[in-house]
Write a protein that binds this ligand. Structure first.
Ligand code: HEM
Length: 473
């Protein structure tokens, strides 16, 4: 265990003056004036083990398999201090859910964690010094500063969630199935005759993007624009090193995104249709409606939280299934097993590896004192392989698929789009298995993971299959 330095002051909570915020993507950063304070995180109290690991430096080899590291953390105890990312890892399922049951103590104000916040603040500061003209763009990107859903705490979060839930009722989710089916067939038609495909680029990326674009009412003529926004939003949540140049591009694209959706929301308020945007924009409880900045921020969250995650789930399900030929045959001949397969893929390879919380008071996890202001990385991927919860935690076992897992989080912030993600993934898998016979991983496929410890996903997955014809449907 490393030497324990003197205790730093805890991070301040958000300033009330929006003009002093630095904003970005799906979360709000603390104000510029207290940048230095906000980046400091209390160091571990005596009793907390400490771990350093190449995964957190985004070493490509370590990214291939983070599970050994998580298992080591679980063995060490309930809480481990990770100096590289200035956060405590919480790795046991029971402790993770205990934290998530107390949103009034463990704040979601910085779900991306202090390390990403530090990078963002430093780079933003650098950029604004060299390019003061970007201040205008920053103002247009202000809806990113609004606290909503992912980064909201009670009671604000509860109010927003009850309004937005109206767009995600079981009936509305079921109604998207024909769209998912027809988009899946269209995408497969483009490569069915080739006998090979990069599942990520040619199917798993475009499908969720097209589904969410449709649900948000984006016309086909604007899909390229939508895709560019998605790329920039996704870059904003990856752990890759930010440069002033990449940040400039992100900022400009995000300002454009908010301008575009402000117009679309106005239109939907004047003449509602049946899409998700109309429902959310017009949802009302006792005269209370979501404000325009909240709606804009939510649109960006639907895009970021909903698209790339589903891409990763479709891909990881195939990466787990195809090497096991007897399981592949079983699932191919019995589609009723697909939902269980998807649950096991979620458990074993959760696209979101964990989320951060901020302790707002001095607290204790297990026998470790956690000082107020500490960042906690709740490692969902670790809780999902906790032997206290599963009979065979490391194996893909369809019989244990009924057990709860943490891939969609837990409690107040439980994923709003979980049902949509499950439906999309199961439908896509069924159609891919039917349309692409003798599906196998290409012998030359290399398993390269994206540079992130926050999310987990393959960059590409090259598959081979018996060439077929276009769908008649
Ligand atoms: C496989 C796909 C998906 C995965 C693995 C996933 C994962 C998650 C996780 C882990 C959380 C909780 C974060 C936390 O604890 O702070 C979350 C929240 C959220 N997800 Fe998903 N998600 C997926 C798909 C979707 C889709 C399709 C949508 C919407 C179209 C969506 C929208 C959201 C939103 C809005 C939240 C915030 C909810 C809140 O804070 O109340 N997600 N998701």
């Amino acid at each position: 265990m490393g030497e324990i330095p003197a205790n730093d002051p805890p991070s301040p909570m958000l300033d009330e003056d929006p003009d002093s915020w630095i904003v970005f993507g799906v979360y709000t950063l603390t104000q510029r004036a207290s940048m230095t304070d906000s980046m400091q995180c209390p160091i571990p109290a005596a009793g907390a083990p400490e771990a350093v690991h190449p995964l957190l430096d985004l070493d490509p080899e370590a990214l291939k398999c983070p599970h050994g590291f998580f298992s080591q953390l679980r063995d060490e105890g309930p809480v481990t201090w990770l100096p590289q990312i200035r956060a405590y890892a919480v790795t046991h399922a029971a402790d993770i859910t205990a934290v998530l049951r107390q949103p009034e103590i463990y704040s979601s104000s910085n779900v991306m964690g202090p390390d990403r916040e530090r990078q963002m603040v430093e780079t933003m500061g650098e950029l604004l010094v060299t390019s003061p003209e970007l201040t205008e763009v920053l103002m247009r990107a202000q809806p990113g500063a609004v606290t909503s859903l992912l980064n909201a705490d009670p009671p604000l979060h509860g109010r927003q969630r009850s309004l937005v839930n109206r767009g995600f009722t079981p009936r509305r989710i079921r109604d998207t199935e024909p769209l998912i089916r027809s988009l899946s067939h269209d995408l497969i038609d483009r490569f069915a005759a080739n006998g090979q495909v990069d599942l990520v680029g040619q199917f798993a990326v475009p499908l969720p993007l097209l589904v969410i674009a449709d649900r948000l009412g984006v016309p086909d003529s604007d899909l390229d624009k939508f895709k560019a926004w998605s790329d920039e939003f996704i870059a904003s949540i990856s752990n890759q090193l930010l440069t002033p140049e990449t940040l400039r591009t992100m900022l400009i694209t995000m300002a454009d995104f908010y301008d575009y959706f402000a117009t679309l929301i106005e239109q939907r308020r004047l003449s509602p249709t049946d899409d998700l945007l109309s429902v959310v924009a017009n949802a009302e409880i006792d005269g209370d409606q979501l404000e325009m900045p909240e709606l804009l921020n939510m649109c960006s969250q639907f895009l970021v939280a909903g698209s790339e995650t589903t891409t990763k789930l479709i891909t990881s399900t195939f990466a787990l299934l195809l090497p096991d030929r007897s399981l592949y045959e079983r699932v191919r001949s019995d589609h009723s097993l697909i939902p269980s397969l998807v649950e096991e893929a979620l458990r074993l390879e959760p696209p979101v590896q964990g989320a951060f919380r901020l302790a707002t008071v001095d607290t204790k996890i297990g026998d470790v004192d956690v000082p107020a202001g500490s960042a906690l990385w709740l490692v969902y991927a670790s809780g999902n392989r906790d032997k206290a919860e599963y009979a065979s935690p490391e194996d893909l076992d369809l019989d244990q698929a009924g057990r709860q897992h943490l891939a969609f989080g837990f409690g107040e912030h439980y994923c709003l789009g979980a049902a949509l993600a499950r439906l999309q993934t199961s439908t896509a898998i069924e159609i891919l298995l039917d349309r692409l016979p003798e599906l196998e991983i290409h012998p030359d496929n290399t398993f390269e993971y994206e540079l992130s410890y926050f999310t987990r996903g393959l960059r590409h997955l090259d598959l081979t299959f018996t060439p077929g014809t276009a769908s008649s449907s």
